[in-house]
Structures are given as C-alpha cells and as structure tokens.
Design a protein around this ligand. Structure first.
Ligand SMILES: N[C@@H](CCC[C@H](N)C(=O)O)C(=O)O
Length: 307
C-alpha cells in the first residue's frame, strides 16, 4: 500500500462558478498561492475558478474574532492564488459542503468570510428524492461609491457603475453581450484610481422587466460562468438605473439575473440587505497526491515568475 500523503478534496459549483474544496477543520494544511493555482489549473490540475479552504473559525487568524458567531470560516482564494474578500457562490457551495458532510443540517447557518459573517439558508428538496434545494445567502448591503468609471474592450467603451459587495465590481450596460469579446484579459478601466486592487467587471443586457443577463470577467480568475457578488452588484445597478431604490420606496425589489451557468434571483430589501438564491452542487470527491501538488506548485510558481 502506498505511503504517499493524500489530501482530501471535493469539487462543487454554484451556477457553474466552480470550486476546489479542501476540508481542513483544524487548519493544518498550508495552501500557498502556487498550491492554489496548481489545484485550480484546468488542464494540469483539478480545475476551478477558485478554492474553498474549509476551516473552523477558531483556528484561523483571519476569522478567530468571528468564532462566536460562526463555527466555520471560508478561507477563499481566487484561481490564480490571490485572496478575495468575498465570494457569493463560494459561500453557497461551502454551505452545501457542510450539509453534505453532516456538519450542519438543512435550514439556517452562519459562515465567516473575510467580508464578515454571512447567513445562509439551505432549503429542503421540493420532494423526497428530488435534487438539492436552493441555497439562499444574505449578502449584506451594496456600497455605491460616487464617481464616473469607464470600462473598455477593444475599441468599445462604456460608463460603468461602481458597486462594492465586499469586493469591487464595475457594472456596464451593453447592447449585446458579444460586445464583451473573448474576455481573455481583464477589461481596462479608468480612472486607474477607481480600483487600486483590481476589479470584477460585469457586462449586462436586459431580458425583460427586472430580468437581466450578464457576463463577467473575475479578478484573479478570468471569465467565469457566474459570479454571485457580481450578480448582486448587477441587480443593484439595474435597479438604480430603473429608478428603483428600496430605501426610498420601502418596497423590496427582485431581479432575475441570468448567468452563463444558470440563474440567480436577487432581492434588495428596504433596509438595503441583499439576498441571493440559487443552486449549489457537490459533484465529486477524491484525494490529491501531496507529492504531485508540491511539484505542480513549483511549476506554477516558476510560471508566475516568468510571466
Ligand atoms: N465568484 C465569486 C467572486 C470571487 C472573488 C472575485 N474574483 C474577486 O476577486 O473579488 C462570487 O460568486 O462572488
């Protein structure tokens, strides 16, 4: 029998925003940016837009102060190994993992993130034997910094709404989603001071009343098939463009946001709190050979230096 060290992993997605999941309750696995990049590599690794490191809040320096409110901390990493403040689809998939692992039941739970404690609700399947119920997440409030922002792709440029959902977004309404091009590179934005740490850029078209569709280029991941914080930013930007502000009218506003990988439903309440609902799925589990990871991470680190 092999004595090689193995690291357990799972793979999951929320509207096809996909993640490598590393359960590590006592935070004993150190994951460098190169480790994460190697694991998220779609050809030489497992593949994912990001990685969810599942640790108890009490064991992690970034979450220890939240341990009384939330037992579990989502130590989220983008696919390139960088750290982001929040990942909406990631939290929903994280909740699904905890439920599947028997660590929580269906219903309400709190999850610590670098963007604060988020509250999730895992719905029961509609009928026995039916697919998993949706996961709803309270995302907190959007912040809309003042100031004009422009994003561009090739010769086209658009005004964009600056929306912060714990992480930064630029939301541009376009005539056709194809105008965003192949999104192989981050879309340039101006002024450069708008997003000192980079930005997630959403391109949006209307589909009907309170119904939009989007594509997204994610900071640290490239074009993804969904982005939860991005869908919330889009819903808020669309509402303000449509003259709807629940804080003014006192009435909640709901937008349906179609992403390449499915559909998310976003509601902004009169107090500004935003809820996002959609599917969250675990698709596989297995073991990583730690020796492979060490050599793949060395190759990823060398590639990063060469780039
Ligand atoms: N896919 C996520 C967002 C992940 C973080 C983002 N790439 C960033 O760097 O801010 C989501 O579902 O919100």
């Amino acid at each position: 029998m092999s004595t090689r060290t193995r690291i357990a992993f799972l793979k999951g997605h929320g509207t096809e925003n996909d993640f490598v999941i590393i359960p590590d309750a006592d935070n004993s696995i150190e994951l460098s940016p190169a480790d994460v990049a190697a694991l998220c590599d779609r050809r030489a690794g497992i593949g994912g837009d990001g990685l969810l490191h599942v640790v108890r809040s009490a064991t992690h320096p970034d979450a220890r102060h939240l341990a009384d409110e939330a037992e579990w901390f989502m130590d989220y990493r983008n696919g390139d190994g960088s750290i982001a403040e929040m990942c909406g689809n990631g939290v929903r998939v994280f909740a699904r993992y905890l439920q599947r692992a028997g660590l929580v039941g269906e219903g309400d739970l709190a999850i610590a993130t670098r963007g604060g404690v988020k509250r999730a609700h895992i719905a029961k399947p509609a009928t026995a034997g039916a697919p998993d119920g949706d996961v709803t997440l309270s995302m907190g409030k959007a912040v809309l910094p003042e100031g004009d922002v422009t994003v561009s792709v090739g010769d086209r440029q658009w005004p964009a709404r600056n929306v912060n959902m714990g992480n930064p977004h630029a939301v541009a309404f376009v005539a056709d989603l194809a105008h965003a091009g192949d999104l192989l590179a981050p879309p340039p934005f101006s002024p450069a001071t708008a997003y000192p740490d980079g930005v997630n850029v959403e391109f949006v078209v209307d589909r009907g009343p309170r119904h939009v569709a989007m594509r997204v280029h994610e900071r640290g991941a490239g074009e993804t098939r969904s982005c939860g914080t991005g869908a919330c930013a889009v819903a808020v930007a669309a509402a303000r463009r449509d003259g709807l502000d629940p804080a003014v009218t006192g009435a909640p506003v709901t937008y349906t946001v179609d992403v390449l990988g499915g559909r998310l439903v976003i509601t902004e309440a009169a107090d500004g709190e935003i809820e996002m609902t959609g599917p969250a799925v675990i698709v596989a589990e297995g073991e990583i050979d730690a020796d492979w990871l060490a050599s793949a991470a060395a190759a990823a680190a060398a590639a990063a230096v060469a780039a």
